[in-house]
Ligand binder design. Structure first.
Ligand code: NAP
Length: 288
C-alpha cells in the first residue's frame, strides 16, 4: 500500500542514509528523497545517528544488507576511510569521505563537497573557475575540499587566508602549484572570494559577523559564502549593497548531494527538485 507521501515503499525499495552524530538537523533526507521521488527511483533515504566509534558497525551493515550507499558527515569523515575498499582521488587527497557508493562489488569512498561547490557556482552564477584568481577565507575541512577542486577546475591562484597559519598552509597545499597562503592585502586582486569560516552563520549582526572587509574587493569580484543559514549573511548583504555578484552555500549543499545521487542511481539528478526541496525545508525551519 502506498505511503501518504510521494514514495511508495515496497519489498523492492532500497535504502540509503546519512550517518553522523548529531544528525537530526540534516537536510540530506529531504534533498535525496525529493530526488528519488522526482526520478522514480525505488529508494528511501534516512538519517542514522551513528555515534563516534560505531562507524565500523554502520559500514558492516551497509555491506551485509545491500544498502545503496551512505552520505557521511561529522564525526566520521576521516574514520570511515579504513572501511572503504577504494578512495576517489579527491577523497584520497583530502583524507575525507562524505559518500560511500558501490562500483560493482567495490565500496568506494568519495568526497563530493568541492565538486559540489564548483558546480553550484556554475549553476547559480554561470561562473567557470578556470583562469580565476581565488581567495579562500578559512582553512577547515570545507576550505580544503574547495581548494582542491578550484585547482582541479583550473583556477590560476588559490590564496588561503586564515587566523591559524599552519592550517592555511595545509589547505594551500591541497591546491598544488596554484595554492599559496596570503593576507587581507590579497583581497583586492581577487576575482572570487569565498567565506569558508562559520562567521555569519545564524547571524543578525551585520557589522560584526563578517569574515573580511568587503570594501577591499575589486568592483568585478564575486563573493561566495559557504553558509546557507541565513540565506543572506551579513557578508552577502554587504556584497549586495556594493553591487557585487554573490551566492550563498545552498548550491554547494545541493550539488554535493547531486554527485552522491548520481553515484547511487547512475541517473542524472533532478537538480531543480532537490534544490526546491532544500529551499522549502529551510523556509519551513525559519532559516530560508
Ligand atoms: P571548520 O573545519 O571548523 O573550519 C572553520 C574555519 O573557520 C577554520 O579555519 C577557523 O580558523 C575559521 N574560523 C572559525 N571561527 C573563526 C573566527 N571567529 N574568526 C576567523 N576565523 C574563524 O569548519 P568547516 O567544516 O570547514 O565549515 C566552514 C563553514 O562552511 C561553515 O560555516 C559550514 O557551515 C560551511 N559549510 C557549508 C557547506 C555547504 O554545503 N554549503 C559544506 C561544508 C561546510 P582556525 O583554523 O584558526 O580555527
Amino acid at each position: 500500500m502506498p505511503n501518504s507521501g510521494a514514495i511508495a515503499i515496497s519489498a523492492t525499495t532500497q535504502l540509503a542514509a546519512v550517518i553522523g552524530d548529531p544528525i537530526r538537523h540534516s537536510l540530506s533526507p529531504v534533498i535525496h528523497n525529493a530526488g528519488f521521488a522526482a526520478c522514480g527511483v525505488d529508494a528511501v533515504y534516512v538519517a542514522l545517528p551513528v555515534p563516534d566509534g560505531e562507524v565500523r558497525a554502520a559500514v558492516a551493515a551497509l555491506r551485509s544488507f545491500g544498502w545503496l550507499g551512505f552520505s557521511v558527515t561529522m564525526p566520521h569523515k576521516q574514520s570511515v576511510i579504513e572501511f572503504c575498499d577504494e578512495l576517489t582521488e579527491s577523497a584520497r587527497r583530502l583524507q575525507s569521505v562524505n559518500c560511500l557508493y558501490w562500483h560493482g562489488d567495490t565500496l568506494v569512498g568519495d568526497s563530493t563537497d568541492g565538486r559540489g561547490y564548483v558546480q553550484g557556482l556554475h549553476a547559480d552564477l554561470g561562473i567557470d573557475v578556470a583562469g580565476l584568481r581565488c581567495v579562500l577565507v578559512g582553512a577547515g575541512g570545507a576550505a580544503g575540499a574547495v581548494a582542491f577542486e578550484l585547482a582541479a577546475a583550473g583556477a590560476t591562484d588559490v590564496c588561503v587566508i586564515n587566523r591559524t597559519e599552519a592550517k592555511a598552509v595545509a589547505v594551500a597545499q591541497l591546491a598544488g602549484d596554484v595554492g599559496r597562503t596570503g593576507s587581507p592585502e590579497d583581497l583586492g586582486a581577487a576575482d572570487l572570494v569565498i567565506n569558508a569560516t562559520p562567521l555569519g552563520m545564524g547571524a543578525t549582526d551585520v557589522e560584526h559577523d563578517v569574515p573580511f572587509d568587503v570594501s577591499a574587493l575589486a568592483d568585478h569580484a564575486v563573493v561566495s559564502d559557504l553558509i546557507y543559514h541565513p540565506a543572506t549573511t551579513p557578508l552577502l548583504a554587504q556584497a549586495q549593497a556594493r553591487g557585487l555578484r554573490s551566492q550563498n552555500g545552498l548550491a554547494m549543499l545541493v550539488h554535493q548531494a547531486v554527485a552522491q545521487f548520481e553515484h547511487w542511481t547512475a541517473k542524472s539528478a533532478p537538480i531543480e527538485a532537490m534544490q526546491e526541496a532544500a529551499r522549502s525545508a529551510l523556509v519551513a525551519k525559519g532559516q530560508g
